[in-house]
Design a protein around this ligand. Sequence first.
Ligand code: C5P
Length: 397
Amino acid sequence: MLASKRILLIIGGGIAAYKALDLIRRLRERGAEVTPVLTRAGAQFVTPLSVSALAGRKVFSDLFDLTDEAEMGHIELSRSADLIVVAPATADLMAKMAGGQADDLASTLLLATDTPVLIAPAMNVRMWQHPATQRNIATLRADGIGFVGPDEGDMACGEFGPGRMAEPLEIVAAVERDVSAGPLQGKRVLVTSGPTHEPIDPVRYIANRSSGAQGTALARALAALGAEVVFVTGPADVPPPEGVQVVRVETAQEMLEAAQAALPVDAAVFAAAVADWRVEGAAERKLKKTKGGLPKLSFAENPDILATISGARSGRPGLVVGFAAETDDVVENATAKRARKGCDWIVANDVSHATEIMGGTENDVTLITADGAEDWPRMAKAEVATRLAERIAKALT
Ligand code: C5P
């Protein structure tokens, strides 16, 4: 709930500005007070009248509007909120923020503020991927700016890819997280989850029984404690949680690239069940049944994402947590795995068939740290997630 939380909402100039109208409603439904600021470009997409009607208050737009300065100076306006939300955050607004420019009301407020800032980027996929924007993103992250989205999908410009603004309810979840002042506030955490699919040909693949339930629960629990979560997920059975940045991948190779792209992070948790092998030279066309015999598959080793990130010379997260699914000698094997992979903690679970853990709702884990093995009682995966998120919060603060 956002009862009496004060949100300063800056609406930038992009087609996604129409979603900002719904965002105002959703925030107010939850009890927030929304003070809207509409950039000049934003006003090309939504009108000041609809914005102020939905917000139930005046919309600010001009830095040199003397009435506004008489009522409330721009410095005061920038500091009178619990959170500043920029939605949509255009490439231009992000460049201004990264460069410290202040040539209109929105950019001046963003430079003058000492309030946390959450941005919901929205732009064409090529603009998002442009090295200049990527540099600005890195700068803004280093400055402590929070991100929600962008999502991947069809865009108004007819292209497909990352750049679509997060949906209003995803932004609301991120706002709730940011104003809740949990112990992971200001921390960025990477979570990998789900299985990977390794193609044999365009229609067949090798997979495993991971449902993604534990990783999803963990991402949700970390976000609930205030963390900014990057959730890199293979094709899982359960939907990703709201309020996290979702990066969907298929293969181990893609998962490694997405994990590396998410750095720097304060902590990384590798809950994905990554396939150890891929089919070498997967066929470009569907393999046909032939009279000549069975197809021969040869395998190549997949990169070990956990070991790679644990051993990174620069940018290693302060805390790296791996999972170990074992069927026998759980503690012994998991302790050896912790040393071999170079991670800080291993969450070991017994996945022998009788325990019904893989794909089930409960988990039976042992936490292995530098101090030894800690046996947790069998409990719901959501509870394991909450306990682990609390331990991570303790370790980071
Ligand atoms: O070696 P094993 O698969 O049992 O190790 C499990 C741990 O390593 C998990 O945390 C899993 O996410 C991670 N892992 C990985 N990349 C791989 C294989 C496993 O990140 N290729």
